[in-house]
Ligand binder design. Structure first.
Ligand SMILES: Nc1ncnc2c1ncn2[C@@H]1O[C@H](COP(=O)(O)OP(=O)(O)OP(=O)(O)O)[C@@H](O)[C@H]1O
Ligand code: SF4
Ligand SMILES: [Mg+2]
Length: 335
């Protein structure tokens, strides 16, 4: 459904070239739910936007992006608009950024349908159905209301209804529940799953919440500083993480039982302006050694559906740091 292959994006900011994405490979099959996790600024939204051809101005891109087999990077403005209204819909963190504050909910939804060629009368009837399908109570009343009159959860349901209007095959959900309280978040996730089963669309799901990614996604990609550093099935994200960064992220998740201490990742995320040669995680990695600074990071297959971009995977798996004897012997050096 979605294929992003060897995709790199460099922003030309005045005289400085800032690499944002490095050789990113992401695929989403029909009906699949695929997660994209990573720290703030790692490039998750830029990757999702590339899927619908929303490339920042002043950006140079290489690689290939296709949705349903169509080459997105070769599309003109008209085709891109068609892609965004008919094939791939985006849901953002804050529904208020999608809705027009001076238009009623009903006008917002019916106008979307009219743009798809529906008559005004049919569009209004379909709007009621769409609002019912996302479990908005009293849809006729809601249609007369303005965004500021609805709660965040209710507004996100309206945005999901708008996304469904064109029966898309792919939904790009960028932190769709991060602005919501925990119980509303659970309701919206349950709604998305219910609709996905009913309509069969695929989802690229961006989140900071590792528990949510593990629970909701068939597969999860982990991003660090514009690189995909790991791919794992959602179900094994917590038990089988291979890359030191993924392990660091999992260690940073609070354990409410108190059995495990919180272990934040040392150092700070790499700034996009910082030149990377070798492994991008080297300055924060407990297993790093000098050779990592020149190692050309690439994903290494570990098991079916599991890949990680680390040259010291056996040592990491054995939880053996760089000073340990096994490492000094260099028995698992992949460089
Ligand atoms: N249009 C743009 N102009 C300038 N810089 C940009 C633009 N788009 C993205 N960036 C930069 O690219 C990097 C990645 O941004 P992106 O929004 O993709 O990260 P993210 O992983 O989605 O972060 P968050 O979790 O905070 O949403 C950041 O350093 C950001 O400042
Ligand atoms: S390649 Fe080296 S620095 Fe990078 S994650 Fe692996 S051990 Fe750490
Ligand atoms: Mg983002």
């Amino acid at each position: 459904m979605l294929s992003i292959e060897n995709f790199s994006l460099v922003l030309d900011d005045e005289a400085i070239a800032r690499p944002i994405l490095h050789d990113v490979n992401v695929t989403v099959s029909p009906g699949e739910v695929v997660g994209l996790v990573g720290e703030s600024g790692s490039g998750k939204s830029t990757t999702a936007k590339a899927a619908v051809g929303a490339i920042p101005q002043r950006a140079r891109v290489t690689g290939r992006v296709s949705v349903g087999g169509d080459d997105v990077l070769a599309m003109g403005e008209m085709s891109l608009r068609g892609l965004r209204t008919r094939s791939a819909a985006m849901i953002f963190q804050d529904p208020r950024t999608t809705l027009n504050p001076v238009r009623t909910v009903g006008d917002f939804l019916t106008e979307q349908l009219e743009q798809l060629g529906w008559s005004r009368e049919k569009a209004r009837r379909r709007t009621v159905e769409l609002l019912e399908s996302v479990h908005v109570s009293k849809p006729e009343l809601r249609m007369k209301q303005y965004p500021h009159e609805l709660s965040g959860g209710m507004l996100q349901r309206v945005v999901i209804a708008a996304a469904l209007a064109s029966e898309p095959k792919l939904i790009l959900a960028d932190e769709p529940t991060s602005a919501l309280d925990v119980s509303t978040q659970a309701e919206i996730m349950a709604l998305l799953e219910e609709l996905r089963r009913e309509h069969g669309f695929a989802v690229l799901f961006i989140t900071h919440d590792l528990h949510l990614a593990a629970a909701a996604c068939d597969r999860v990609y982990v991003m660090y500083a514009g690189h995909i550093v790991e791919e794992q099935p959602g179900r094994s994200l917590f038990t089988n993480a291979r890359h030191p960064y993924t392990r660091g992220l999992l260690g940073s998740v609070p354990d409410l039982s108190g059995d495990r201490p919180l272990m934040p990742i040392a150092g700070r995320p790499l700034m996009m302006s910082e030149a990377v040669s070798g492994c991008p995680f080297v300055d924060r990695c407990d297993w790093a050694e000098e050779a990592c600074r020149t190692w050309q990071a690439e994903l290494i297959p570990v098991a079916p559906g599991v890949e990680a971009a680390c040259r010291r995977l056996p040592a990491v798996a054995a939880d053996v740091g760089p000073s340990a004897a096994v490492w000094e012997g260099g028995t698992d050096d992949r460089s």
